[in-house]
Design a protein around this ligand. Structure first.
Ligand code: NAP
Length: 281
């Protein structure tokens, strides 16, 4: 599995990670098998959140990674309603318990809510100082939000910004991606497979991906992930509950797109004009 330096951290993290949203809806044993297979294949950045299944997904992840904790880069998120100083500390304790661990690798503010940003950042800084989390970051932040967060926390404190980024939604490429690169903030692409809205086989866009996939002996999904992770500061966290799909996802680490292939994908899935408001799921 390809590893990359993760923002300002002094560690390398798998380029291809595993999302877990809605995993509570699938067969529990199958999901646990898939998460363990992901760890085996090096898809070991596992992303979850306290709100996924109202804690149920963290519990599933906790069961799946028990005995493999050292091999996992474990990320979870605090809901912004808990984004007060005390709320952040308490939410983290609850997540740690559900995840059966004493330390997170990454703790994210899920999105910017009504609480003052200073509060959550103070909580996150305390958790880091106390060794409960290795690093913290944010999600769904635009450039203005990030500038504000950096002004509060200081340079080099925000490890990542997790944002909506897939072939049909490339808005982050206008400004946000370069901003994150300049500030050494990892850009983590969520819903990188379009959250179920992937160009179907037989459609002209689907066929563009299939043609490139065939040339590399991988699936169209792997081609999409490789495209989204083509810049060195970017990571992807596709979700799958299925072991066969996981293998397709893991294969995205094994090949490089040529400049011509990148241009072909770029043409088929155009960037489009910048949006006035940051897109999110
Ligand atoms: P996604 O990863 O773009 O797509 C997931 C869908 O693709 C699922 O329906 C999955 O079904 C299917 N799939 C995956 N691999 C496949 C394959 N090889 N062949 C066919 N289908 C495949 O969607 P997402 O779950 O929205 O986003 C990924 C992760 O990002 C989430 O799980 C979550 O961890 C994170 N996220 C974060 C935020 C945020 O606000 N920060 C928001 C949304 C998501 P199967 O399970 O059946 O394979």
């Amino acid at each position: 599995m390809e590893l990359r330096r993760f923002g300002p951290l002094d560690i390398d993290v798998p380029t291809i990670g595993l999302g877990t949203w809605q995993m509570e809806r699938s067969d529990r044993e199958a999901v646990i098998h898939t998460i363990r297979r992901a760890i085996d294949r090096g898809v070991a950045h596992i992303d979850t959140a306290e709100i996924y299944g109202q804690g149920a997904v963290e519990e599933i992840v906790g069961e799946a990674i028990a005995g493999y904790r050292a091999e996992v880069f474990l990320a979870t998120k605090v809901h912004p309603d808990h984004g007060t100083y005390a709320g952040t500390l308490l939410a983290c304790e609850k997540s740690l318990r559900r995840l059966r661990t004493d330390r997170l690798d990454l703790y994210l503010l899920h999105w910017r809510g009504a609480q003052p940003l200073e509060e959550a950042i103070r909580g996150l800084a305390t958790l880091k100082k106390d060794g409960k989390i290795r690093a913290w970051g944010v999600s769904n932040f635009d450039v203005t939000d990030l500038e504000e967060a950096i002004a509060i926390a200081g340079e080099g404190e925000i490890a990542c910004n997790q944002v909506l980024y897939n072939l049909g939604e490339r808005d982050v490429e206008h400004v946000l991606q370069a901003f994150c690169e300049r500030r050494r903030i990892a850009l983590v692409a969520y819903s990188p497979l379009g959250s179920g809205q992937f160009p179907p086989a037989g459609s002209w866009r689907g066929d563009v991906l299939a043609g490139i996939a065939a040339a590399h002996g991988v699936s169209s999904k792997a081609v999409a992930l490789r495209f989204l992770a083509r810049r060195p500061g970017s990571f992807v966290i596709p979700k799958t509950a299925r072991a066969d799909h996981l293998d397709e996802i893991a294969n995205a680490s094994d090949f490089i797109l040529t400049p011509e292939e990148i241009a072909t994908i770029d043409d088929a899935f155009p960037l489009g004009p910048p949006k006035s408001k940051m897109p999110y799921v």
